[in-house]
Design a protein around this ligand. Structure first.
Ligand code: SF4
Ligand code: SF4
Length: 359
């Protein structure tokens, strides 16, 4: 039985059926993640490697036996400097680009042990992901003029063999008592229940969807960046160079339908009380692409990202609208000329005209 958990309240596919996010399913070496009615489900072929954790933009995935943030804090506080799949983490692919940047900045002697990667049975596609994350993190560190880089080694750490445990005879015999039988049945039923688990969005998931939340990996990155001196020069990344943050612009096709800022899971896109503008805070963007996926007129585009955003943060006004009251219902709406009718009253008027045969 696997230990993977998907928090549906954080998965962007649950936010909208238009979401095209399939990062977790694409990276899984066992094909254990699929989508049923657009919701991610994990099959029992999952081997708990955690590769999907390293790519999920919203940190929706975790392992029951590994809290990534706790692991990172524990590692930072310890005397340890080696991260190895045979020592302290299921697979190096569990670490996101943001995790790697934070590690390099907060504990510069950290080393990643790649010594097992080339002979690993799940090398495809995880090794490529590990290499890509390291190179992106190093590119980012270079761009902010940090002297630190992600260090790698191929020592192929081997854990000392565990001391052989004597078979637990008492636990074995307990199964044959009445109490033991009840316990085994309860365990079995729980397993069956979990196996039959169908992805279902609960009320708690729905409440989470309404909350705007920044993933822990971003908070840790902010913490690490506070220690970095402002660079002499700012660097500009092209649209596809960074996988975890973005800069955006909105073109004239935008009709202020409000979908993007209502659905953005982190609050990177927002508006004011009257909906008269769309603002964007790049530091809160996790590049989940949900806003692009839900924008019907395809008005949101990626533009180059400058590292200036990290040291002189500011919220960008991407577009503003003339907001007026509707002549019919007096509600505020974005006015693009012509009759002062909000979209709902306009639709109702058109339907009424069609019904009465008036052109
Ligand atoms: S990567 Fe994360 S957000 Fe994307 S589908 Fe998987 S669980 Fe959902
Ligand atoms: S702005 Fe768009 S890409 Fe960035 S976090 Fe919000 S929805 Fe995702």
């Amino acid at each position: 039985m696997h230990n993977l958990k998907i928090d549906l309240g954080s998965c962007v596919r649950v936010y909208s059926k238009n979401s095209n996010c399939d990062k977790c399913a694409t990276i899984c070496p066992e094909g254990a993640i699929s989508y049923k009615e657009n919701l991610p489900i994990v099959s029992d072929s999952c081997i708990d490697c955690g590769g999907c954790i390293g790519v999920c933009p919203t940190e929706a995935i975790s392992l029951k036996n590994l809290d990534t943030l706790e692991f990172l804090f524990g590692f930072l506080e310890s005397d340890e400097n080696l991260i190895s799949c045979k020592k302290n983490i299921p697979c190096l692919a569990t670490l996101s680009v943001e995790n790697l940047i934070a590690l390099a900045l907060l504990k510069s002697d950290t080393e990643l042990d790649l010594g097992h990667c080339l002979t690993c049975p799940i090398k495809e596609p995880l090794y490529a992901q590990i290499e890509q994350h390291i190179s992106e993190a190093n590119l980012f560190l270079e761009s902010i003029e940090s002297p630190h880089r992600i260090k790698t080694t191929d020592i192929a750490y081997e854990a000392p063999p565990p001391e052989e445990e004597a078979p637990d005879r008492r636990a074995f015999l307990e199964r044959f008592t009445l109490k033991g039988a009840v316990k085994s049945k309860a365990e079995f039923e729980k397993t069956v229940e979990e196996l039959e688990e169908v992805a279902e969005v609960t009320l708690a998931d729905s409440a989470n969807i309404r909350k705007k939340r920044l993933p822990n990996k971003r908070k840790l990155l902010f913490m690490a960046l506070k220690r970095v001196e402002k660079p002499q020069h700012y660097h500009t990344f092209m649209q596809d160079e960074l996988s975890f943050i973005s800069q955006k612009s909105i073109n004239d096709a935008c009709d202020n339908c409000s979908m993007c800022y209502r659905i953005c899971p982190t609050g990177a896109l927002q508006t004011d009380r009257r909906g008269s503008k769309i603002e964007f805070d790049p530091l809160n963007c996790v590049k989940c692409a949900l806003c692009h996926d839900v924008c019907e007129p395809d008005a949101i585009t990626l533009v180059p990202f400058s590292t200036r955003e990290l040291f002189e943060p500011r919220v960008h006004e991407l577009v503003n609208f003339q907001v007026v009251r509707c002549d019919e219902c007096a509600n505020y709406f974005s006015y693009f000329g012509g009759e002062k009718l909000c979209p709902r009253c306009k639709t109702e008027e058109e339907e009424a005209k069609r019904l009465w045969g008036i052109q």
